[in-house]
Design a protein around this ligand. Structure first.
Ligand code: FES
Length: 151
């Protein structure tokens, strides 16, 4: 983890304790997760107890305390996707990747998470890989997506 980058983020917000959420968002964006060391620096510099920083980090689902894969996979389990078989798609990813939802593959290529409505219900079931939106995903297409991003 680049501590210099964490310091720059804190400087951007003038180490304002009121900006702790924005600071955590920037750190998450920078490292794709919230490294423990970064949270310790935030706690020290903002003079907020580490337990408080950790509880914020675990309260918001947008934050992750674990490193994510190079290709983060988000399977939408919102209502429209759910009724069109999103759960089966999620289970297919789990089997293909050999990991559970919320985990990252040992080679750090993929992480798998379930999310609520990503706003493209007309394309249900929807899967996001990084910033890419994939619609009308079947179990067969799910396997194909993994191969596609492996290249
Ligand atoms: S419910 Fe999946 S995109 Fe809306």
């Amino acid at each position: 983890m680049n501590e210099q980058r964490v310091s720059e983020i804190l400087t951007k917000y003038q180490a304002d304790p009121g900006a702790v959420i924005a600071i955590l968002q920037d750190i998450q964006e920078e490292f794709s997760y919230l490294p423990k060391n970064a949270l310790m620096i935030v706690s020290r510099e903002l003079d907020i107890p580490l337990s408080r920083v950790l509880s914020l980090a675990t309260f918001y689902t947008a934050f992750s305390l674990k490193p994510k894969g190079k290709h983060p996979i988000h399977v939408c389990l919102g209502t429209a996707c759910h009724v069109r078989g999103a759960q089966l798609v999620l289970e297919k990813f789990e089997r293909e990747l050999g990991i559970k939802t919320g985990e990252t593959s040992p080679d750090m290529e993929y992480s798998l998470d379930a999310v609520r409505c990503v706003g493209c219900c007309g394309l249900a079931p929807v899967v996001m890989v990084g910033e890419d939106v994939h619609g009308k995903i079947t179990q067969t297409k799910a396997a194909g997506l993994i191969k596609k991003y492996k290249k």
